[in-house]
Design a protein around this ligand. Structure first.
Ligand code: HEC
Length: 194
């Protein structure tokens, strides 16, 4: 809308022929501004002056430790049932275990389980026991001094079950050019097939 040059709201200054009208700000805008200011003051006092509310970092820590507690509780339940654990033969679970093995374990144990840095998982030679539960324990705890990683807290119990069950299917599979036993003087342990 054109304003007359003598409009009382028109201000004195001018830039390249453009002049400014000193309109009042819309009511809703002013209220929004006031509310934001009040909120900001409340926020600063609550979080930074009185320090009543937890800041983002503290909130993150709380949630992360809750998550860790959940994970540890699940693992503890899993470990308390370890002694009776049996390999799973469900093909969906085994396929999932195979994927985990290919992604996480194959770099050290070779894609077919024949062994690289890590030992051959297909032969009769087991440094940490030949039964299924021994395998699960090694996967959970790792063997830090020998370079086997611990998967505690990295894989969920069901995932450990899946990958351990998959390894179990590799027993006796005789892949070509396998890594020789770590300790050839040790007698081979018979496999504990169910
Ligand atoms: C960084 C290399 C590395 C990765 C990754 C790795 N391992 Fe191992 N693993 C080893 C080494 C080294 C050993 C031998 C430990 C020993 O001699 O005590 C081993 C030992 C084992 C054993 C015990 C073998 C025995 O003779 O008793 C099992 C079972 C096993 N690994 C399973 C797995 C599974 C399952 C994964 C993947 C989730 C995995 N490993 C990932 C290096 C690795």
């Amino acid at each position: 809308m054109n304003k007359e040059p003598n409009d009382p709201l028109l201000m004195d200054h001018e830039a390249d022929g453009i002049r400014e009208l000193d309109n009042n700000l819309p009511r809703w805008w002013v209220w929004l501004f006031v509310l934001c200011t009040v909120f900001a003051v409340g926020y600063i006092v609550y979080y930074h002056v009185l320090r009543v509310g937890p800041l983002q970092a503290a909130e993150y820590q709380t949630e992360a430790s809750q998550g860790l507690a959940l994970k540890n509780a699940a693992l503890a339940r899993f470990e308390s049932d370890l002694a009776t654990l049996k390999p799973v033969s469900d093909s969906v679970v085994l396929e999932q275990g195979k994927q985990f093995f290919a992604n996480l374990c194959a770099p050290c144990h070779r894609a077919d389980g024949g062994g690289l840095v890590g030992p051959n998982l297909c032969d009769l030679d087991w440094s940490h026991g030949s039964n299924y539960v021994d395998t699960v324990k090694v996967i959970i705890n790792g063997v830090a001094e020998k370079g086997m990683l611990s998967w505690r807290g990295v894989l969920k119990p069901a995932e450990i079950q899946a990958v351990a069950s998959y390894i179990y299917t590799l027993r006796g599979s005789n892949p070509p050019d396998p890594k020789p036993p770590e300790d050839p003087s040790k007698p081979a342990v018979p496999m504990d097939f169910e």
